[in-house]
Design a protein around this ligand. Structure first.
Ligand SMILES: [Zn+2]
Ligand SMILES: [Zn+2]
Length: 111
């Protein structure tokens, strides 16, 4: 179970079909993450011991709730699933390298 998430930056970077959520039993926990190798935002299953990018299979991925990727770690929630939160903050954009990116729920749910 989870929520669809979109990421948008002022520079024109746009990533849709990201996911936030997972199983109740904790075997799957999807979270948007930065893949440094692909230079884009991907959805990673962070419940796995070695979380990897679904596109390049690389492990150089950083969850977007990492303080280093957010300009304001105390902003209100933009998208929330249980204890997992993307804030109404300015996040790091992999395309322009600025803290200008925002997350929003797409309104979609998945099982
Ligand atoms: Zn990748
Ligand atoms: Zn950007």
């Amino acid at each position: 179970m989870g929520l669809g998430v979109n990421a948008t930056c002022d520079c024109g970077y746009f990533e849709s079909d990201l996911s936030l959520g997972g199983n109740m039993d904790g075997t799957c926990m999807l979270f948007p993450a930065l893949c440094r190798q692909c230079g884009r935002i991907v959805t990673v299953d962070v419940a796995q011991q070695s979380a990897s990018c679904p596109f390049c299979r690389g492990s150089d991925v950083v969850r977007y709730d990492a303080p280093s990727l957010s300009a304001d770690t105390k902003a209100g929630e933009a998208v929330q699933w249980g204890a997992d939160v993307l804030r109404d903050s300015a996040y790091f954009c992999p395309k322009c390298g600025e803290y200008n990116l925002g997350f929003a729920g797409s309104g979609d749910f998945f099982d």
